[in-house]
Write a new protein. Structure first.
Length: 303
């Protein structure tokens, strides 16, 4: 029996890149797949039903079951239609993969309100809308799985991506809240932070030698390398795994840390601004985080 036999899976942003690989891998593992993609540019411009339909056709040509959907995750009512389309097509829904995304990269001091809102709407609001729309179905059947895409841009940091980083760190918190709130219904929620060369990553600037070197490393990381972890998390083999953040970089899988206290200082008589400066900060400073980007933390070549 295949790992996802009998399961119905919804993958947003599945018209290309990582989402396409997820859809194909889920179908190969036996799942029925709703392929959602509105067919925009990387910046979220335009609309094209072609990409979602093409992936659905690919799955069917390989003997699988799939339907295409072109509703937007960025608004509440269309997001509900995505979930309903899966239930109408397959009679149930077992897995939601929140993968849809856009980029509007710009340094924070130049970022427009529209650039901020557009990215938040797709990544963070979109993940909430689709997850929330699926929640009543997961609750009533007392089973279900969410897989959300986060990023080291939010977990660690990156230049020129305040909107994307904020959204992706928000997605990690959303996933943890879902895991906590829905645990009693046997519903689990996890995050994947992918390192892979994709259409979105292809928009990274290559103006400096450092940027060009980073992009060359990213090109070696295939999007298909992310899919096996997603299939595993969607399966019953992962039924006891929830509230976690994983990262995948080529053949490496990381379990990412989550915020916890590092060190504390105590003063029985309480603190003043002066004693904080004289005692607390010197005691804590050794544990301060450097102003690092994701490529500073993951500095070695992908394996």
């Amino acid at each position: 029996m295949k790992l996802l036999e009998g399961k119905a899976v919804l993958v947003t942003g599945a018209g290309g890149g990582i989402g396409r690989d997820f859809a194909l891998a889920m179908a190969a593992a036996g799942a029925k797949v709703l392929v959602n993609d509105i067919g925009t540019s990387v910046k979220g411009e335009g609309r094209d039903a072609g990409p979602a339909q093409k992936v659905a056709d690919e799955i069917r040509a390989l003997g699988g079951t799939a339907v295409a959907n072109t509703d937007s995750v960025a608004e509440w009512e269309p997001a509900n239609r995505i979930v309903q389309a899966a239930i109408d097509a397959f009679g149930r829904l077992d897995v939601v993969v929140n993968n849809a995304g856009i980029l509007r990269d710009r340094f924070f001091f130049n970022m427009s309100v529209e650039e901020w809102r557009a990215v938040i709407d797709v990544h963070l609001n979109g993940s909430f809308y689709v997850s929330r729309a699926a929640a009543p179905h997961f609750k009533s059947q007392e089973s279900g799985c969410y897989i959300h895409m986060t990023s080291t841009s939010g977990l660690v940091g990156n230049l020129g991506q305040a909107n994307y980083a904020a959204a992706k760190l928000g997605v990690a918190a959303l996933s943890k809240s879902i895991a906590l709130d829905m645990a009693k219904y046997q519903v689990r929620s996890n995050c994947i932070s992918p390192f892979a060369w994709s259409r979105m990553i292809g928009s990274i600037p290559t103006e400096t030698e450092d940027q060009r070197a980073r992009v060359e490393k990213l090109k070696a990381m295939e999007t298909a390398k992310i899919a096996p972890l997603a299939v595993f998390l969607a399966s019953e083999s992962a039924r006891d795994i929830t509230g976690q953040i994983f990262a995948v970089r080529a053949n490496e899988i990381f379990l990412m840390s989550q915020s916890r206290p590092l060190r504390s200082v105590h003063r029985a008589e309480g603190w003043t601004p002066e004693t904080i400066g004289a005692h607390a900060i010197p005691a804590l400073r050794a544990h301060f985080y450097a102003l690092e980007r994701s490529q500073d933390v993951f500095s070695w070549d992908p394996l």
